[in-house]
Design a protein around this ligand. Structure first.
Ligand code: MF3
Ligand code: CO
Ligand code: CO
Length: 251
């Protein structure tokens, strides 16, 4: 079967993607000191917006399919695509900030978790497990392996924890566009999928729930929550594949 996954063979693409990935990571590093009790997610959004613009880049989410803000802020039982608002962060919250920048036409996409004040042991465990899930997926990526290997590796790990893996959303191809082929499943789909080849750029971004994996879309048409209201966490990196291995562009 012919693959629709784009291969970027020129050095300029890799150079551009490295710069975009580096800036996306820098946004998360920058915002860290502001993420604390009493801050609103909208204030965090505005700080990130200014930082991105000051770095001659564009926040990819802003106006993307009508998304109204520059970053995604997903608190507690929000799985992903939370919209920055006047919500005031409080001790015990867990927050995912997902940043995507466009720099010279290239996209860098990364997210991480932040713990506000004193969190429960369960919340801390979820955050730790989710980070490990991302790296279990990344470790499965080698040139000439298959996309199905990623979800298989994550599932193998998560099955030891009692938590669940979101199925309705996945990683994606990226490059000089935000979301392209393939859909990168974070669970074992039972099929091998397309082959991972040098020149591919894609994200891995597992969403892990304390309870069941089922998702619900809120009326705002963006915010995705757990049906059972259990806590959810996510980490994301953008990855480049080359002949000998991989590069994590947002690390
Ligand atoms: N950054 C998200 C991802 O990892 C996509 C956010 S789309 C938005 O793919 F419109 F919600 F911002
Ligand atoms: Co992504
Ligand atoms: Co993202």
């Amino acid at each position: 079967m012919e693959t629709k996954i784009k291969i970027f063979n020129d050095e300029q693409a890799l150079i551009g993607m490295r710069k975009a990935g580096k800036l996306a990571k820098a946004v998360l590093d920058y915002i860290e000191e502001y993420v604390k009790e009493g801050m609103t997610t909208l204030e965090l959004n505005d700080l990130c917006y200014n930082f991105i613009i000051d770095n001659k880049a564009i926040p990819a989410p802003l106006n993307y399919k009508g998304f109204p803000k520059s970053i995604c802020t997903s608190v507690n039982d929000v799985i992903c695509h939370g919209i920055p608002s006047n919500y005031v962060l409080k001790s015990g919250d867990i927050l995912n900030i997902d940043v995507t920048v466009i720099l010279d036409g290239w996209y860098g996409d990364t997210s991480r978790m932040f713990k506000i004040g004193k969190c429960t042991k369960l919340a801390e465990k979820l955050v730790e497990v989710t980070k490990r899930a991302l790296y279990a997926g990344i470790d499965a990526v080698k040139p000439y392996r298959y996309f199905g290997d990623i979800g298989k590796a994550i599932q193998k790990y998560i099955d030891t924890t009692g938590f669940s893996i979101v199925r309705d959303y996945g990683g994606h191809g990226i490059g000089n566009y935000f979301h392209g082929e393939p859909f990168v499943a974070h669970y074992n789909t039972g099929s091998r999928g397309e082959q991972i080849l040098p020149g591919m750029f894609f994200t891995i971004e597992p969403m892990i729930n304390v309870g069941k994996f089922k998702t619900k879309l809120l009326k705002d048409q963006w915010t995705v929550v757990t049906v059972d209201k259990s806590l959810s966490a996510q980490f994301e990196h953008t990855i480049a594949v080359n002949e000998s291995g991989i590069e994590i562009l947002t690390e």
